[in-house]
Design a protein around this ligand. Sequence first.
Ligand SMILES: Nc1ncnc2c1ncn2[C@@H]1O[C@H](COP(=O)(O)OP(=O)(O)O)[C@@H](O)[C@H]1O
Ligand SMILES: [Mg+2]
Length: 272
Amino acid sequence: MTVPAGGLAGSSSPLDSTEAARPANGTPVLEAAGLTVYHGQLRALDSISLRVYPGEVYAIIGANGAGKSTLLRTIAGLHHATTGSVLLEGADVTGLRPERRARLGIVMVPEGRRLFGSLSVEENLKVGATYARRGPWTIERVYETFEWMRDRRDQQTAQLSGGEQQTVAIGRALVANPRVLLLDELSLGLAPVVVQRIYAMLPHILETGLTVLLVEQDVSQALRVATHLQCLLEGRTTLEGRPDEVTADQVEAAYFGLAGTASIPREGSESS
Ligand SMILES: Nc1ncnc2c1ncn2[C@@H]1O[C@H](COP(=O)(O)OP(=O)(O)O)[C@@H](O)[C@H]1O
Ligand SMILES: [Mg+2]
């Protein structure tokens, strides 16, 4: 685990320094190297790097506006990076269009679900199969995993609850048979109990050989499921490590950008 000095140092050193502590099984499934992305004048990502290894649940946390969605969307090919590259199992996909990346196995569940509300559950799942790779996930397998969905497959998704819609959005991504599944804030707008139920499906996903890169504003939820953690603040990496290596204080400092004020004594805790 590394907290860059001042919390705002570049992101290459954290990666290098944690390499030995990680279960690095050879080539990362997904690697982002030095991604810088602008929205107009705004530098939304400033040289962000990450390496996601097979079977990991890699969580990106950070406050609203930190650049989390921009990072996922850039990896999916929906934003152009002015510098940096995206590698899928060692192959450079930086120049490829989103559909091509999906076909190769980079599949995203976007923030806000983005289902076709007027289409049925099954029609939405079929959309997901459009750019599908071969693999274990089929619409039938989705129904086996989420049994309620079979009974309601002809229902318009707009009529489903938020949690049900989120599950359909996950199912739609799964039928594409991702190598790496990008999940953007599954918890958005959902009650805590619903969020926990949705995250409870992660083991079913991982057992089919998938790797997960997720984004969460809900830090405690991210800490519960993540095998690896990276915190963004204003487009930069402020913390990176395994959840069991980081303290709550470090996460809080990285999340809110308080790293430089760590020496200020706080009630009930002794800081160093
Ligand atoms: N399409 C866009 N056009 C202009 N600015 C954007 C766009 N998307 C995001 N931004 C800005 O980029 C920054 C990062 O946004 P985003 O990646 O959505 O953050 P997060 O997902 O962490 O909340 C924010 O300041 C946001 O306002
Ligand atoms: Mg976002």
